[in-house]
Design a protein around this ligand. Structure first.
Ligand code: 1HA
Length: 284
């Protein structure tokens, strides 16, 4: 089934489109295998903010234009000292801001990997909630080969992915070992190997990739958005320390505000009386 995506906003470096509650952000720089420059990241940051705010967007999908690459990381043509240099002349590492937003948006984010996911492009898929890849996809880090490294989600969160399929206490150790191999050797891994390592949720032929992603989206769209939100926050909280707890606690406050008990506190204040919290049940 060929889907007709509706344009949300036109940008120079990305496509930002919508189909039945699914927003698709496509890095549109195929000449450099969808490498990102600071402007690309600024545009993705703006788009993901829109995805967070809009009630008619349930799920976000990241992908790359064409059939060669999902994303090849930072654009080496604009790498200066201090970061990647945009038209304003300022060196930036602003893809890290995108990682934070992907973790924080209270909606599922899927990496639709349609080719190379390399370097910062590999980290981009790592940080997404789910990864569905085409069978021609190739995964790998290049940092130590090209003079870079990502010690944030790109390594520590990666170590939590790989080896998880073994589902034992030792799996974390295997994750650490494999993550070190991926970063130290800078080798490339097939979609099948990535699947076996637990980095990828599903591998399908390239021609079926978008439809498979949309199928997974339509299943998640039948699920309770609030439940998905709380699950994402809880899984993040285990890894994100105080910041993760803050996000989870923020959602607990949101749920509390939805109760009559919380409303009674505010109403009593405005009516200049003592609140009567006794009437609300205390669950065992
Ligand atoms: O590490 C970080 C960060 C860490 C902390 C905080 C922020 C970070 C932000 C970013 C990054 C990084 O991303 S570092 C890693 C940067 N990326 C790379 O090292 C990948 C470089 N590319 C490759 O290794 C290969 O191109 C490839 C494995 C993806 C594909 O190889 P292949 O099939 O042999 O194609 P190739 O001919 O190399 O590439 C096709 C075209 O795309 C080439 O252009 P052309 O000669 O046709 O004009 C190539 O130059 C271009 N291209 C590919 N990747 C990049 C790129 N141009 C600029 N930047 C790229 N990343």
């Amino acid at each position: 089934m060929k889907v007709v995506w509706e344009n949300i906003k036109t940008y120079s470096d990305i496509k930002f489109e919508l189909y039945r509650g699914v927003a698709k952000i496509t890095i549109n720089r195929p000449n450099v295998y969808n490498a990102f420059r600071p402007e690309t990241n600024m545009q993705m940051l703006e788009a993901i903010d829109v995805c967070r705010e809009r009630n008619d967007i349930d799920i976000v999908v990241f992908t790359g234009e064409g059939d060669k690459a999902f994303c090849s990381g930072g654009d080496q043509n604009v790498k200066g000292s201090g970061g990647y240099i945009g038209k304003d002349g300022v060196p930036r590492l602003n893809v890290l801001d995108l990682h934070k937003k992907i973790r924080e948006i209270p909606k599922p984010v899927i990496a639709m990997v349609n080719g190379y996911a390399i370097g910062g492009g590999h980290v981009l898929h790592v940080v997404c909630d789910l990864t569905i890849a085409s069978d021609n996809a190739i995964f790998g880090q290049t940092g130590p080969k090209v003079g870079s490294f990502d010690g944030g989600f790109g390594s520590s969160y990666l170590a939590r992915h790989v080896g998880q399929k073994k589902a034992s206490y030792l799996s974390r150790m295997v994750g650490q070992k494999k993550a070190r191999e991926i970063w130290f050797l800078c080798e490339q891994y097939s979609a099948k190997e990535a699947l076996d390592m637990g980095m990828v949720n599903k591998v399908v032929p390239l021609k079926d990739l978008e439809n498979t992603v949309l199928e997974w989206c339509s299943i998640m769209q039948k699920r309770s958005p609030l439940a998905l939100r709380m699950i994402k926050r809880s899984l993040n909280a285990e890894l994100d320390g105080q910041h993760g707890l803050m996000q989870l606690a923020g959602d607990a406050t949101l749920l509390y505000y939805l109760t009559e008990e919380a409303q009674e506190g505010k109403t009593a204040f405005l009516e200049k009386r003592n609140p009567d919290f006794k009437k609300y049940p205390k669950f065992p």
